[in-house]
Design a protein around this ligand. Structure first.
Ligand SMILES: C[S@@+](CC[C@H](N)C(=O)[O-])C[C@H]1O[C@@H](n2cnc3c(N)ncnc32)[C@H](O)[C@@H]1O
Length: 269
């Protein structure tokens, strides 16, 4: 198991879908608009959120390879209903080891979402080398960038977010994670390897009515802050109680910062 439950991925998917940067999505769609078919590989697919977001914007005939190391999530992805022109092949792989073999087949696009903040600098370098060596376009959505804005603000918010961002850098199975630094580093790396990069913000906007999402987030952030141990447990407990009270009262909104980008070999743009 990966630690990402299907319930959590289902809860976040509508926020991801609304957040995906439209300019970046248009750039992906534009590259393939004159093709009749397209072959896509989705790295760390979860239950298939990237396919659901991207498929309506791509040529009608699509073949998708969905890769993840979590058999439960992968089974759900493989079972998703698609149109008869969209074929889905689910592949179980641990991408921390098996990245290069996973990218070995013929594809027109490598896609991923909510993955790059989990990976190490060395792994990011590996994926950039593997993709650019074959001149394949790369779409990476929803990399967390470290920004969280609470409304109304609380004096302890910054301490919790600071601890969360330290937790983001801990090992998530790929070595020390890049966390909030991942998107900037990826953009720089792809540009240095001769790719043109379109990028944009893809922030979650979470309103007062989105109580389940807000509660899941503040609970998770309190756990992460306790794990990191830079703040007192009582301060974190008190902060969580204030945040939960504001959510229950319908007075709380959240913004969580993410970055999307699309990188293509310079000659193709
Ligand atoms: C935050 S979820 C994102 C899932 C999906 N891309 C989405 O946007 O809903 C991260 C995904 O990475 C997968 N993952 C984590 N470590 C992995 C590894 N070593 N190999 C393959 N997949 C991995 C998890 O199983 C999970 O599906």
């Amino acid at each position: 198991m990966s630690g990402f439950s299907a319930d959590w991925l289902a809860l976040r998917e509508p926020f991801d879908l609304r957040a995906r940067n439209p300019t970046v999505l248009a750039a992906v769609a534009g590259l393939f608009e004159h093709q009749h078919s397209v072959r896509v590989i989705d790295l760390a697919c979860g239950t298939g959120s990237t396919l659901r977001a991207l498929s309506p914007r791509l040529p009608p005939r699509q073949s998708w390879i969905l890769v993840d190391n979590d058999p439960d999530l992968l089974a759900r992805a493989a079972a998703m209903p698609t149109s008869q022109d969209v074929s889905v092949t689910a592949v179980a792989r641990d991408l921390s080891d098996d990245l290069e073999p996973a990218l070995g087949g013929a594809v027109d696009l490598v896609a991923t979402s909510a993955l790059l903040d989990l990976v190490s600098e060395a792994w990011l370098h590996r994926v950039a080398i593997a993709v650019t060596a074959r001149a394949i376009p790369f779409y990476a959505a929803l990399s967390y960038d470290g920004r969280v804005a609470f409304s109304p603000p609380d004096p302890f918010d910054a301490a919790v977010v600071g601890a969360v961002n330290l937790h983001q850098r801990t090992d998530k199975g790929f070595g020390a994670a890049l966390g909030p630094a991942s998107a900037d580093l990826a953009l720089t790396r792809f540009a240095a390897l001769g790719y043109a990069v379109a990028q944009g913000a893809a922030d979650w906007q979470i309103g007062p009515e989105d109580r389940d999402m807000q509660t899941a987030l503040v609970d998770g952030w309190a756990r992460a802050a306790r794990d990191i141990g830079t703040q007192s447990g009582q301060d974190i407990t008190d902060w969580l109680a204030r945040r939960r009270a504001a959510i229950a009262a319908g007075r709380s909104s959240l913004l969580v910062g993410h970055v999307d980008f699309f990188a293509v070999p310079s000659a193709t743009r």
